[in-house]
Unconditional design. Structure first.
Length: 202
């Protein structure tokens, strides 16, 4: 019989601690993982994105949440804090505290050096197990670039698109929105490299 690690927490214990904690932590398989602080660029990109999407969704029965909204992937047991969350239609929460969403429509992560591999790999694997999820966006901090994964109908198939340059505009058909990269990256300065050209990659 396997013994649990000494610091093992049940989901209920995690939530009780997390709801009182000063700093946010993710939770998976009995362990908690502290979240690093964000840079000015990260916060600016996230804020710009929330504004760009939120303005279009006013009066349409949708809500846009910042990274303060915890998301639970029920099938895998991961509790996490995406940089931005959009929910359209019925909102479903873990309990009446309404601080843990379980049916997001769109999830958005702003990539950083410390989290990029996780956001592209294991975390994306968890997100794909959300039946409600229709779009997943990965936003670069180093160049005007956004990558989009869009679910095809009710299947587990996803279409990938990459958008480069400030002239590009993302079509978020799942929530009937357009997301111009010029708005996402407003007031964001990039180093002068070949990656900041406006030519699309496809």
């Amino acid at each position: 019989m396997c013994s649990l690690p000494p610091n093992y927490l049940t989901p209920e214990e995690y939530l009780a601690i997390e709801r009182q904690a000063e700093f946010k932590s993710e939770y998976y398989a009995g362990e908690t993982f502290s979240m690093a602080g964000a840079t000015r660029r990260h916060v600016l990109i996230t804020g710009n994105t929330l504004i760009a999407v939120g303005v279009q969704l006013r009066g349409r029965g949708c809500e846009v949440y910042s990274s303060g909204m915890r998301v639970l992937i029920e099938e895998s047991g991961l509790y996490t804090y995406p940089d931005a969350v959009v929910i359209c239609g019925e909102r479903r929460f873990l309990d009446d505290r309404e601080d843990t969403l379980i049916n997001p429509t769109v999830l958005i992560e702003v990539l950083s050096e410390s989290t990029e591999a996780y956001d592209r790999g294991r975390k994306w694997g968890h997100y794909q197990r959300l039946p409600s999820l229709r779009d997943y966006l990965l936003i670069s901090q180093d160049a005007p670039r956004i990558e989009q994964f869009s679910r095809q109908g009710e299947t587990d198939q996803w279409i990938f698109r990459s958008y480069d340059g400030l002239d590009a505009v993302i079509d978020l058909a799942s929530i009937d929105c357009k997301l111009p990269l010029a708005e996402v990256f407003e007031r964001v300065e990039f180093e002068a490299t070949s990656e900041t050209t406006n030519s699309p990659e496809g």
